[in-house]
Write a protein that binds this ligand. Structure first.
Ligand code: S3P
Length: 172
């Protein structure tokens, strides 16, 4: 069954938008990070701390494949790094997939992430100054992968409802 995949940098609003979209179109939403946490019974932070990022990326790939192969219609919210590892970006183009990149500017990401970084191991220990620099470089490096999505929706200066409507019109 068809999968709707939302992707984009940490803080672009994937989970919030996916939740609202799910209610709007009546298709269940699964958050890849939460599925990973449930699978190994550890938080994302604990997985990074105990096993390291490479282990996390392998797990992330496995769980992503499991979700893609599940028989239900689903909205899948990826982690910010998912498209950038293990050739996951190739999976964004499959026939039974609609992939949508939620594109946010560095400023939008910085203002959302600076208030909300403790659960994100890649930025948890960075100062505001370091974080701005990190987001700029990292977003640039990741853009190639994000741009493999079939559709792009800009989220800057839009309400959640506006973004959801943009997605609904893509799906129509
Ligand atoms: C990551 C983003 C996180 C989570 C992990 C790594 C990344 O997901 O998968 O901390 O590499 O950008 P969110 O984008 O949902 O925060």
């Amino acid at each position: 069954m068809r999968k709707i995949i939302l992707l984009g940098y940490m803080g672009c609003g994937k989970s919030t938008i996916a939740n609202k979209l799910s209610k709007n179109i009546g298709i269940p939403f699964v958050d890849l990070d939460i599925k990973i946490e449930e699978k190994v019974n550890l938080s994302i932070n604990a997985i990074f701390e105990k096993h390291g990022e490479i282990y996390f990326r392998k797990l992330e790939h496995e769980v992503f494949i499991e979700l893609l192969n599940s028989p239900e219609r689903l909205i899948i919210g990826l982690g910010g790094g998912t498209p950038c590892y293990a050739n996951n970006h190739e999976l964004l183009k499959a026939d039974n997939v609609v992939s949508i990149y939620l594109k946010a500017s560095i400023e939008t990401l910085f203002s959302r992430l600076s208030a909300n970084k403790s659960k994100r191991p890649l930025i948890a220990n960075k100062s505001d100054e370091e974080m701005k620099e990190f987001i700029a470089t990292h977003l640039f490096e990741r853009s190639f992968y994000y741009n493999q999505a079939q559709y792009k929706v800009s989220v800057d200066d839009k309400t959640i409802d506006q973004v959801v409507l943009d997605i609904v019109s893509i799906l129509a």
